[in-house]
Ligand binder design. Sequence first.
Ligand code: ATP
Ligand code: MG
Length: 293
Amino acid sequence: MIDQRTQKVLERYRVESGKGFRLKDFDAGDTAGLGIEKDHAARLLQQGVDRLAELQDMLYAQDRWSVLCIFQAMDAAGKDGAIKHVFSGVNPQGCQVHSFKAPNAMELDHDFLWRHSTALPERGRIGIHNRSWYEEVLVVRVHPEYLAGQKLPPALVGKSVWDERLEDIAAYERYLARQGTVVLKFFLNVSKAEQKKRFLARIDEPEKNWKFSAGDVTERGHWDAYMAAYQDAIRGTAGKHAPWYVVPADAKWFTRLVVVAAIVQALEGLGLHYPKVTKAQKAALEGARKALG
Ligand code: ATP
Ligand code: MG
């Protein structure tokens, strides 16, 4: 169960209305005054992971709601680690993970939501999207040449193209919410200084070399443009039915605690329960017991 203190912590990072939202009001290094030891953090995380597993079991059994968790961040902010740890306890049958890379030729032949919508979670399941349709107003906005590759009719690509995309994303998320999908969006907010440290660790430590990509350093050069795009994206799409969480990401243990708590809180709010057995079903169960001898 999410206690009051955790609720307060979550409120700090949850954005349900884009009005007046400013990224600079959010500190990447914040840990909500929780200067805790490593093993204590691990125990807290385990509690969250266990609770998430219980809730997921009911979500699956009930087969009504679905949950879409979107993860967005700059490189090395900890998306992969957060996903790995937060969902470590859930039944793999009940969740579906998708990582979205640059779109391929077939995907570019469709509208931008197409490839994401085919990856949405079924009822009863948790969908984890490592990057998402938000890339369409982030990387594509920072690199307009990607937009040029999308084969849109030129008459439809005007100055307001980014606002229009944000409007379409917001409308689509509202639609999903009305269809029974709980939409949760996480922006892992890492600082530029911490990103540099993590890149250097990827260069220095042989077992991390595989994570390093020179292209990530190029993207770092566009930091301010990315931050401006993130701010606009959050402003344009934050809603009660599809909140953003601007999660401090300079301390990995804290990021993971916030993410798991936010998902647990959302699931607890659904009033999940195992399907009720009807009288007829009960009678059938008793009949089956007898038949077993
Ligand atoms: P990640 O960087 O998410 O940890 P990765 O390093 O395994 O994953 P990459 O090959 O870097 O995988 O793929 C992700 C890249 O794809 C990112 O740079 C992202 O900006 C880009 N990308 C995702 N969606 C789009 C899109 N719609 N248009 C252009 N580029 C995109
Ligand atoms: Mg990458």
